[in-house]
Write a protein that binds this ligand. Structure first.
Ligand code: TYC
Length: 101
C-alpha cells in the first residue's frame, strides 16, 4: 500500500478561508416612532428590550448604529426584513449593510 505515490502525496490544504462578514446598520430618520424601531430590532434581530433601546437611541443621536454582524446572505436578509417592516407601516425606516474590513 505504501508505494512512492502515497508517501509523497502533498498534504491537502485543510484550512478553509473565513467568510467575509457584513455589518447591518440602522439609519436614523425623523419620522419612524422610537417604539416601532425597538419592536423591529427585537423581532428581526432577536434583541432584548434593553439592547434594542440602546441601539435605537444611538442611531437617533448619532445618525446610524451598527446592529449586528453576519455573513453576507444573512446580513442582506435581515436588512431587507427590517426595512420592509417599516415600509409596511409607511415609515422610512432603513437598514443598510457594509462589508467589514
Ligand atoms: N428619530 C426618530 C424619532 O425621533 C426615531 C428613530 C430612531 C428613527 C432610530 C429611526 O433608526 C432610527 N421619532
Amino acid at each position: 500500500m505504501s508505494d512512492a505515490k502515497t508517501l509523497l502525496k502533498p498534504k491537502a490544504k485543510v484550512q478553509a478561508e473565513r467568510p467575509r462578514l457584513y455589518k447591518v446598520i440602522l439609519l436614523n430618520d425623523d419620522f419612524t416612532p422610537r417604539a416601532f424601531v425597538v419592536t423591529v430590532l427585537k423581532s428581526v434581530f432577536r434583541m432584548s428590550e434593553g439592547e434594542a433601546e440602546a441601539v435605537m437611541l444611538t442611531a437617533h443621536m448619532q445618525g446610524a448604529c451598527v446592529v449586528a454582524v453576519y455573513t453576507k446572505e444573512v446580513a442582506d436578509e435581515k436588512a431587507r426584513a427590517g426595512t420592509e417592516a417599516g415600509e409596511r407601516e409607511g415609515y422610512p425606516l432603513a437598514f443598510t449593510t457594509e462589508r467589514e474590513e
